[in-house]
Design a protein around this ligand. Structure first.
Ligand SMILES: Cc1cc2nc3c(=O)[nH]c(=O)nc-3n(C[C@H](O)[C@H](O)[C@H](O)COP(=O)(O)O)c2cc1C
Length: 302
């Protein structure tokens, strides 16, 4: 579906994934998303041009990266959703990711209409993250999305506190989806090729990694929780330090860029990262490890 060799997708991470990261992941053999996050249409266009240049593509070529939207940003009364979505579509991106919103169905309709009007031979691949079987069935059966991203509780950044652990979520979604349903990608806490291989064996089509590629802060609507590093801000809250003092120290931490105080989004697997490497190297390393583990798994079946 995506034309990639290594079944790894880099999550769109607001404030963290730009054109550079997305292009590097795709160049490495995975599939990179850039985060629309809180960007304007102009900023999105310039990140897309950056990615296009890095991938040595002409302006008329399809762009083999995706753009991930925070749907509630499109739904704000002051937003211009058509301009934001068109920035990606006019740049002929291969995929669009729509997360956390009330009108996702509308945005999907907009994208499908755009593809039809522009007679795109290959329609835009639509990804939607889900954190329950119910959401997965709506996205699959009603919205007809192309890819489901099962976002487990281990996921870094925003997500539903009510999400089950990834293993349970992926297993339940796969059991509930009808035959011929959309492929399911596993997201949340995944750092290594062995972990990804284990989800392939379970029946997932691939994995979405966020924290492995980067980390960053933001701020949010009801129902959506967040997972970040356990630092002195959280420790003070746990120890009952009064909120005003915690806030004051937090603000000072943000001013000083102190990760011991500021918010650093991160998934549950962060402890498994021991070195900083380029996104391309990460993709290659993951690809090799996935193959190696799958070979071991097939040996077991002999
Ligand atoms: C720094 C950061 C920012 C994120 N921003 C977004 C976002 O803008 N949109 C979105 O759908 N998910 C966002 N996520 C969640 C990812 O889509 C993905 O589910 C998560 O990173 C997977 O877990 P992992 O970080 O443990 O790999 C973000 C995650 C992180 C770590």
């Amino acid at each position: 579906m995506l034309g990639i060799n290594i079944p790894i997708v880099a999550a769109p991470m607001a404030g963290a994934s730009g054109g550079l990261l997305a292009a590097q992941v795709t160049a490495g053999g995975g599939f990179g998303f850039l985060a629309a996050g809180y960007r304007s249409a102009d900023s999105l266009t310039s990140e897309l041009s950056l990615a296009r240049g890095l991938l040595h593509l002409n302006p008329s070529d399809p762009l083999p990266i995706g753009v991930g939207y925070l749907a509630w940003q499109l739904e704000k009364p002051t937003a211009n959703p058509e301009a934001l979505l068109s920035a990606a579509l006019d740049n002929h991106v291969q995929a669009i990711w729509l997360a956390f919103g009330n009108d996702i169905k509308e945005w999907i309709k907009f994208i499908r209409n755009y593809d039809a009007q522009h007679k795109r031979p290959r329609p835009t691949t639509i990804f939607v993250p889900v954190s329950s079987v119910e959401e997965a069935l709506v996205a699959s059966d009603e919205w007809k999305v192309d890819v489901l991203v099962a976002q487990g509780n281990e996921s870094g950044g925003h997500g539903y506190g009510s999400a089950p652990p990834l293993f349970t979520l992926v297993s339940s979604i796969l059991a509930a989806l009808p035959t011929g349903g959309p492929p399911v990608l596993a997201a949340g806490g995944l750092m290594t090729g062995s972990q990804v291989a284990s989800f392939l064996v379970l029946g997932a089509a691939g994995a979405v990694l966020g924290t492995r590629f980067l980390m960053t802060p933001e701020n949010w609507p009801t129902g959506v929780d967040g997972r970040g590093l356990y630092n002195n801000t959280v420790k003070d809250m746990d120890n009952g330090v009064d909120v005003e003092t915690v806030k004051m120290k937090f603000e000072a931490g943000v001013r000083d860029g102190d990760p011991g105080r500021m918010l650093v989004w991160s998934g549950m697997g962060v402890g498994l990262v021991s070195e900083i490497k380029s996104a391309e190297e990460v993709i290659h390393e993951l690809g090799d490890a996935i193959l190696q583990r799958l070979k071991v798994a097939s040996e077991l079946a002999r």
